[in-house]
Design a protein around this ligand. Structure first.
Ligand code: FE2
Ligand code: ZN
Length: 319
Protein backbone atom coordinates (compact mmCIF):
# COMPACT_ATOMS: atom_id res chain seq x y z
CA UNK A 1 0.00 0.00 0.00
CA UNK A 2 1.41 3.48 -0.86
CA UNK A 3 2.41 5.47 2.18
CA UNK A 4 -0.06 8.26 1.45
CA UNK A 5 -2.99 5.87 1.49
CA UNK A 6 -1.84 4.41 4.77
CA UNK A 7 -1.68 7.89 6.23
CA UNK A 8 -5.23 8.65 5.15
CA UNK A 9 -6.36 5.37 6.62
CA UNK A 10 -4.77 6.03 10.03
CA UNK A 11 -6.09 9.60 10.07
CA UNK A 12 -9.57 8.26 9.56
CA UNK A 13 -9.04 5.86 12.41
CA UNK A 14 -7.88 8.69 14.65
CA UNK A 15 -10.89 10.78 13.68
CA UNK A 16 -13.24 7.88 14.33
CA UNK A 17 -11.75 7.41 17.77
CA UNK A 18 -12.07 11.12 18.51
CA UNK A 19 -15.66 11.20 17.37
CA UNK A 20 -16.45 8.26 19.66
CA UNK A 21 -14.93 10.22 22.55
CA UNK A 22 -17.14 13.20 21.67
CA UNK A 23 -20.20 10.96 21.57
CA UNK A 24 -19.33 9.61 25.02
CA UNK A 25 -18.54 13.15 26.28
CA UNK A 26 -15.28 11.59 27.43
CA UNK A 27 -13.68 13.74 30.13
CA UNK A 28 -10.42 11.78 29.87
CA UNK A 29 -10.00 12.97 26.28
CA UNK A 30 -10.06 16.62 27.33
CA UNK A 31 -6.81 18.26 26.32
CA UNK A 32 -5.97 15.56 23.76
CA UNK A 33 -7.84 17.29 20.95
CA UNK A 34 -10.39 20.05 20.40
CA UNK A 35 -13.71 19.75 18.59
CA UNK A 36 -14.35 22.52 16.08
CA UNK A 37 -17.90 23.01 14.88
CA UNK A 38 -17.94 24.51 11.39
CA UNK A 39 -21.55 25.72 11.52
CA UNK A 40 -21.16 27.70 14.76
CA UNK A 41 -17.48 28.68 14.50
CA UNK A 42 -16.98 27.43 18.05
CA UNK A 43 -14.47 24.95 19.49
CA UNK A 44 -15.11 22.65 22.45
CA UNK A 45 -13.66 20.15 24.84
CA UNK A 46 -14.52 16.54 23.89
CA UNK A 47 -16.66 16.39 27.05
CA UNK A 48 -18.87 19.34 26.03
CA UNK A 49 -22.59 18.78 26.48
CA UNK A 50 -23.29 20.39 23.09
CA UNK A 51 -24.32 17.87 20.42
CA UNK A 52 -22.90 18.79 17.01
CA UNK A 53 -23.49 16.65 13.93
CA UNK A 54 -20.52 14.60 12.76
CA UNK A 55 -20.51 16.26 9.35
CA UNK A 56 -20.04 19.68 10.95
CA UNK A 57 -17.10 18.69 13.12
CA UNK A 58 -13.37 18.87 12.47
CA UNK A 59 -10.71 18.15 15.06
CA UNK A 60 -7.79 20.34 16.09
CA UNK A 61 -4.70 18.93 17.82
CA UNK A 62 -4.10 22.07 19.86
CA UNK A 63 -6.11 24.98 21.16
CA UNK A 64 -3.84 27.32 19.25
CA UNK A 65 -4.63 25.50 15.98
CA UNK A 66 -8.37 25.86 16.63
CA UNK A 67 -8.03 29.56 17.41
CA UNK A 68 -5.70 30.23 14.48
CA UNK A 69 -8.32 28.66 12.22
CA UNK A 70 -10.77 31.29 13.52
CA UNK A 71 -12.76 29.23 16.02
CA UNK A 72 -13.99 30.87 19.23
CA UNK A 73 -14.11 29.09 22.60
CA UNK A 74 -17.48 27.54 23.47
CA UNK A 75 -19.39 29.42 26.17
CA UNK A 76 -20.69 26.15 27.62
CA UNK A 77 -17.56 24.04 28.15
CA UNK A 78 -15.09 26.99 28.26
CA UNK A 79 -12.21 25.18 26.53
CA UNK A 80 -9.98 28.24 27.05
CA UNK A 81 -10.29 27.58 30.83
CA UNK A 82 -9.06 24.00 30.60
CA UNK A 83 -5.73 23.70 32.43
CA UNK A 84 -3.49 21.35 30.50
CA UNK A 85 -0.17 19.79 31.39
CA UNK A 86 2.34 20.62 34.11
CA UNK A 87 3.30 24.13 35.14
CA UNK A 88 6.27 24.25 32.76
CA UNK A 89 4.03 23.37 29.83
CA UNK A 90 1.36 25.89 30.85
CA UNK A 91 3.86 28.70 31.14
CA UNK A 92 5.48 27.66 27.87
CA UNK A 93 2.09 27.77 26.15
CA UNK A 94 1.52 31.44 26.99
CA UNK A 95 2.03 33.65 23.95
CA UNK A 96 4.97 35.54 25.47
CA UNK A 97 5.57 37.65 22.41
CA UNK A 98 2.05 39.00 22.66
CA UNK A 99 2.21 39.31 26.46
CA UNK A 100 5.46 41.29 26.12
CA UNK A 101 3.91 43.64 23.57
CA UNK A 102 0.87 44.20 25.81
CA UNK A 103 3.09 44.78 28.87
CA UNK A 104 5.10 47.32 26.90
CA UNK A 105 1.99 49.14 25.75
CA UNK A 106 -0.20 48.89 28.88
CA UNK A 107 2.03 47.95 31.81
CA UNK A 108 -0.02 44.85 32.50
CA UNK A 109 -1.10 41.72 30.65
CA UNK A 110 -3.55 38.92 31.40
CA UNK A 111 -1.79 35.56 31.16
CA UNK A 112 -4.86 33.34 31.23
CA UNK A 113 -5.60 30.46 33.48
CA UNK A 114 -2.54 28.99 35.20
CA UNK A 115 -3.96 26.96 38.11
CA UNK A 116 -6.76 24.43 38.20
CA UNK A 117 -9.47 24.43 40.89
CA UNK A 118 -7.67 21.83 43.01
CA UNK A 119 -4.38 23.75 42.98
CA UNK A 120 -6.25 26.91 43.98
CA UNK A 121 -7.97 25.04 46.82
CA UNK A 122 -4.68 23.64 48.07
CA UNK A 123 -3.01 27.03 48.07
CA UNK A 124 -5.96 28.52 49.94
CA UNK A 125 -5.71 25.64 52.41
CA UNK A 126 -2.01 26.32 52.94
CA UNK A 127 -2.90 29.77 54.31
CA UNK A 128 -3.59 28.18 57.69
CA UNK A 129 -0.37 26.14 57.83
CA UNK A 130 1.52 28.48 60.16
CA UNK A 131 4.88 26.76 59.72
CA UNK A 132 4.99 27.76 56.04
CA UNK A 133 5.08 31.50 56.72
CA UNK A 134 7.73 33.89 57.95
CA UNK A 135 5.34 36.69 58.84
CA UNK A 136 1.72 37.75 58.87
CA UNK A 137 0.69 41.32 58.15
CA UNK A 138 -2.59 42.71 59.46
CA UNK A 139 -3.10 45.48 56.95
CA UNK A 140 -4.99 47.87 59.23
CA UNK A 141 -2.00 48.13 61.59
CA UNK A 142 0.09 49.63 58.80
CA UNK A 143 -2.62 51.64 57.11
CA UNK A 144 -2.40 49.36 54.05
CA UNK A 145 -6.12 48.62 54.00
CA UNK A 146 -8.22 45.92 55.62
CA UNK A 147 -7.45 42.22 55.48
CA UNK A 148 -4.25 40.31 56.01
CA UNK A 149 -1.48 38.62 54.17
CA UNK A 150 1.27 36.14 54.93
CA UNK A 151 4.74 35.87 53.47
CA UNK A 152 5.93 32.34 52.79
CA UNK A 153 9.21 31.23 54.28
CA UNK A 154 11.57 28.80 52.47
CA UNK A 155 9.00 26.02 52.85
CA UNK A 156 6.49 27.52 50.42
CA UNK A 157 4.59 24.87 48.45
CA UNK A 158 6.60 23.63 45.46
CA UNK A 159 4.13 25.15 43.06
CA UNK A 160 4.89 28.65 44.41
CA UNK A 161 8.65 28.25 44.00
CA UNK A 162 8.18 26.80 40.54
CA UNK A 163 5.85 29.60 39.42
CA UNK A 164 8.34 32.15 40.68
CA UNK A 165 11.36 30.62 38.96
CA UNK A 166 9.61 29.92 35.65
CA UNK A 167 7.77 33.22 35.35
CA UNK A 168 10.99 35.03 36.16
CA UNK A 169 12.77 33.43 33.20
CA UNK A 170 9.99 34.51 30.86
CA UNK A 171 9.88 38.07 32.18
CA UNK A 172 13.63 38.71 32.55
CA UNK A 173 14.17 39.66 28.86
CA UNK A 174 11.47 42.33 29.06
CA UNK A 175 12.75 43.45 32.48
CA UNK A 176 16.16 43.93 30.87
CA UNK A 177 14.67 46.00 28.04
CA UNK A 178 12.94 48.19 30.60
CA UNK A 179 16.07 48.40 32.72
CA UNK A 180 18.02 49.64 29.71
CA UNK A 181 15.45 52.31 28.94
CA UNK A 182 15.14 53.42 32.58
CA UNK A 183 18.89 53.56 33.17
CA UNK A 184 19.42 50.63 35.53
CA UNK A 185 23.10 49.73 35.62
CA UNK A 186 23.06 45.97 36.20
CA UNK A 187 21.12 43.56 34.05
CA UNK A 188 18.83 40.84 35.35
CA UNK A 189 20.34 37.35 35.12
CA UNK A 190 18.64 34.64 33.08
CA UNK A 191 17.86 32.44 36.10
CA UNK A 192 15.92 33.41 39.18
CA UNK A 193 18.35 31.63 41.53
CA UNK A 194 21.12 33.92 40.29
CA UNK A 195 18.90 36.96 40.74
CA UNK A 196 18.08 35.96 44.33
CA UNK A 197 21.83 35.87 45.06
CA UNK A 198 22.06 39.38 43.68
CA UNK A 199 19.17 40.45 45.95
CA UNK A 200 20.87 38.86 48.96
CA UNK A 201 24.07 40.78 48.23
CA UNK A 202 21.99 43.95 48.20
CA UNK A 203 20.70 43.03 51.67
CA UNK A 204 17.36 41.63 50.48
CA UNK A 205 17.25 37.96 51.41
CA UNK A 206 13.77 37.34 52.81
CA UNK A 207 11.28 35.61 50.46
CA UNK A 208 8.40 37.76 49.20
CA UNK A 209 5.82 35.34 47.72
CA UNK A 210 2.63 35.82 49.69
CA UNK A 211 -1.01 34.93 50.00
CA UNK A 212 -3.50 37.68 50.65
CA UNK A 213 -6.84 37.05 52.32
CA UNK A 214 -9.76 39.44 52.16
CA UNK A 215 -13.14 39.08 53.84
CA UNK A 216 -16.26 41.27 53.63
CA UNK A 217 -15.31 44.96 53.86
CA UNK A 218 -11.62 44.28 53.20
CA UNK A 219 -9.61 46.06 50.54
CA UNK A 220 -6.01 46.87 49.63
CA UNK A 221 -4.94 50.46 49.10
CA UNK A 222 -3.08 51.31 45.91
CA UNK A 223 0.58 50.53 46.47
CA UNK A 224 3.82 49.23 45.03
CA UNK A 225 5.58 46.13 46.33
CA UNK A 226 8.99 47.67 46.96
CA UNK A 227 11.20 46.16 49.65
CA UNK A 228 14.44 48.06 49.19
CA UNK A 229 16.49 49.47 46.35
CA UNK A 230 16.62 46.19 44.49
CA UNK A 231 13.52 45.94 42.32
CA UNK A 232 12.54 43.53 39.57
CA UNK A 233 10.15 45.66 37.52
CA UNK A 234 7.40 43.09 36.89
CA UNK A 235 5.32 40.89 39.16
CA UNK A 236 2.55 38.32 38.95
CA UNK A 237 -0.70 37.85 40.85
CA UNK A 238 -2.87 34.75 40.69
CA UNK A 239 -6.48 34.81 41.84
CA UNK A 240 -7.20 31.70 43.92
CA UNK A 241 -10.91 32.24 44.68
CA UNK A 242 -13.82 32.22 42.25
CA UNK A 243 -15.40 35.65 41.66
CA UNK A 244 -19.18 35.60 41.88
CA UNK A 245 -19.07 32.29 43.73
CA UNK A 246 -16.54 32.55 46.57
CA UNK A 247 -16.75 36.33 46.79
CA UNK A 248 -18.26 39.45 45.26
CA UNK A 249 -16.58 42.84 44.84
CA UNK A 250 -12.81 42.63 45.29
CA UNK A 251 -11.70 43.78 41.84
CA UNK A 252 -8.01 43.92 41.00
CA UNK A 253 -7.34 47.59 40.30
CA UNK A 254 -4.35 49.41 38.88
CA UNK A 255 -3.57 53.04 38.29
CA UNK A 256 -1.16 54.45 35.82
CA UNK A 257 0.38 57.86 36.16
CA UNK A 258 2.04 59.62 33.27
CA UNK A 259 3.90 62.90 33.80
CA UNK A 260 1.63 65.96 34.00
CA UNK A 261 -1.55 63.87 33.81
CA UNK A 262 -4.14 62.67 36.31
CA UNK A 263 -4.09 58.97 37.13
CA UNK A 264 -5.87 56.50 34.93
CA UNK A 265 -7.65 53.56 36.58
CA UNK A 266 -7.60 50.04 35.19
CA UNK A 267 -9.76 47.15 36.39
CA UNK A 268 -8.38 43.78 35.32
CA UNK A 269 -10.94 41.02 34.95
CA UNK A 270 -9.69 37.86 36.66
CA UNK A 271 -11.25 34.45 37.07
CA UNK A 272 -10.23 31.71 39.46
CA UNK A 273 -6.73 30.45 38.67
CA UNK A 274 -5.95 33.33 36.31
CA UNK A 275 -2.56 35.01 36.34
CA UNK A 276 -1.84 38.63 35.57
CA UNK A 277 1.54 40.26 35.01
CA UNK A 278 2.01 43.93 35.79
CA UNK A 279 4.61 46.61 36.44
CA UNK A 280 5.75 46.87 40.05
CA UNK A 281 6.71 50.51 39.92
CA UNK A 282 7.77 52.26 36.75
CA UNK A 283 7.62 51.24 33.15
CA UNK A 284 9.15 53.03 30.19
CA UNK A 285 6.88 54.53 27.55
CA UNK A 286 7.89 56.19 24.31
CA UNK A 287 6.67 59.67 23.49
CA UNK A 288 7.46 62.23 20.79
CA UNK A 289 10.32 63.55 22.94
CA UNK A 290 11.77 60.18 23.87
CA UNK A 291 11.30 57.79 26.74
CA UNK A 292 9.34 58.79 29.83
CA UNK A 293 8.40 56.97 33.02
CA UNK A 294 4.90 55.72 33.75
CA UNK A 295 4.24 55.00 37.39
CA UNK A 296 1.90 52.17 38.27
CA UNK A 297 0.17 51.19 41.46
CA UNK A 298 -2.16 48.31 42.22
CA UNK A 299 -4.70 47.38 44.86
CA UNK A 300 -7.97 45.60 45.46
CA UNK A 301 -11.40 47.22 45.72
CA UNK A 302 -13.63 46.37 48.66
CA UNK A 303 -14.78 42.77 48.94
CA UNK A 304 -18.55 42.82 49.52
CA UNK A 305 -19.26 39.19 50.39
CA UNK A 306 -17.32 35.96 50.91
CA UNK A 307 -13.58 35.57 50.96
CA UNK A 308 -11.01 36.32 48.31
CA UNK A 309 -7.54 34.76 48.29
CA UNK A 310 -4.76 35.79 45.97
CA UNK A 311 -1.20 34.56 45.46
CA UNK A 312 1.34 37.31 44.89
CA UNK A 313 4.61 36.48 43.16
CA UNK A 314 7.20 39.21 43.51
CA UNK A 315 10.62 38.40 42.10
CA UNK A 316 12.90 40.49 44.32
CA UNK A 317 13.33 39.47 47.94
CA UNK A 318 12.85 41.77 50.92
CA UNK A 319 15.24 43.40 53.33
FE1 FE2 B 1 0.87 44.21 45.97
ZN1 ZN C 1 -18.50 23.34 24.29
Amino acid sequence: MPASLKLVHSENELEARRWKAVERRDVDSNGEFWTCVKTTGVYCLPSCAARPLRKNVIFADTRRAAEDAGYRPCKRCRPERYVQGGLAERIERIDWERAGAVLNAEGWAPLGRMLNDEECRQLIGSYDEDERYRSTVVMRRHGFGEGEYRYFNETAPRIVAELRARFYEKLAPLANQWAGKLGRETGFPVRHAAYLKHCAKAGQARPTPLILKYGPGDYNRLHQDLYGDEVFPLQIALLLSAPGKDFTGGEFVMTEQTPRRQSRAIVAPLEQGDAIAFAVNERPAEGARGIYRVKMRHGVSEVRTGSRYCLGVIFHDAA
